[in-house]
Structure formats: C-alpha cells, structure tokens
Design a protein around this ligand. Structure first.
Ligand code: AMP
Length: 116
C-alpha cells in the first residue's frame, strides 16, 4: 500500500511489520520497550495515528495525548514503578530522531534535573 505505514518506523512497529517488546496496545495507542534503554524501565507510548511530533498535535488529538499520559502511569505501575519521567522531544536539536510522536517513560533509577 501507500502511506506512513510503509515509511515510518513506528507505524511499522504498530502494524507488527517490525518486531518490538510490546507492553500494551488498544485501539488508540501502542507501548513498547525502547531498543536502547536509558533507565531500568524505558518504554515508548505512541498513538496509532501518525502525528509527526508534539508540534503536529491538533485540537482533535487532545484526548489521545491525555490517554498516553494516563496509560504511562498504569503501565509503569504494573512494572512496580511509581516514580517516572515522561519526555517528548520535539525537533532534531533536542534529540527527536523518529518523526512519529512518542512519549518516553523512564523509571527505576534516580535522575538529575535539569536534563543535560
Ligand atoms: P527520540 O530520540 O526522542 O526521537 O526517541 C526515539 C527513540 O526510539 C530512541 O530512544 C530509540 O532508542 C528508540 N528506537 C529506535 N528504533 C527503535 C526500535 N526499532 N524499537 C524500539 N525503540 C526504538
């Protein structure tokens, strides 16, 4: 076919065309382990809808983004983690490398602030 699922890495992971360490899936979102974990618990939550990044969010996406935040806590909690950090990178200059919006969920160790 044609569309983002042919070109976007995270669309391919959502479709199952590329294997992932899936932690959770429903009609709206997909959660999977980061391939290069930066903390004992490090997973990504993505919407199934292709959105380029935080700056691509529209008013109609607001409920979806809220669900991502709510499910971060649910999934981390099932892993026994109650203290966690949520990160969205927007733009290459701050580290965005995949242009399908994703929320990092990091936990299981102490973390400094501000981030480097
Ligand atoms: P960002 O740098 O914020 O765009 O985050 C992209 C994240 O995707 C990085 O933390 C990568 O380690 C992660 N990543 C890249 N490819 C894969 C993959 N195939 N499976 C799981 N995570 C991945």
């Amino acid at each position: 076919g044609t569309g983002m699922s042919d070109t976007c890495l995270f669309c391919k992971i959502i479709k199952g065309d590329i294997p992932s360490g899936k932690l959770y899936e429903d009609d709206d979102i997909f959660a999977f382990r980061d391939i290069a974990p930066q903390a004992p618990l490090h997973f990504l939550i993505v919407p199934k809808k292709h959105i380029s990044g935080p700056s691509g969010v529209t008013p109609g996406d607001e409920q979806l983004i809220g669900k991502m935040i709510r499910m971060a806590g649910e999934i981390a909690g099932k892993a026994g983690i109650g203290h966690y950090r949520l990160v969205f990178n927007n733009g290459e200059g701050v580290g965005q490398s995949v242009f399908h919006i994703h929320m990092h969920v990091l936990g299981g160790r102490s973390m400094g602030w501000p981030p480097g």
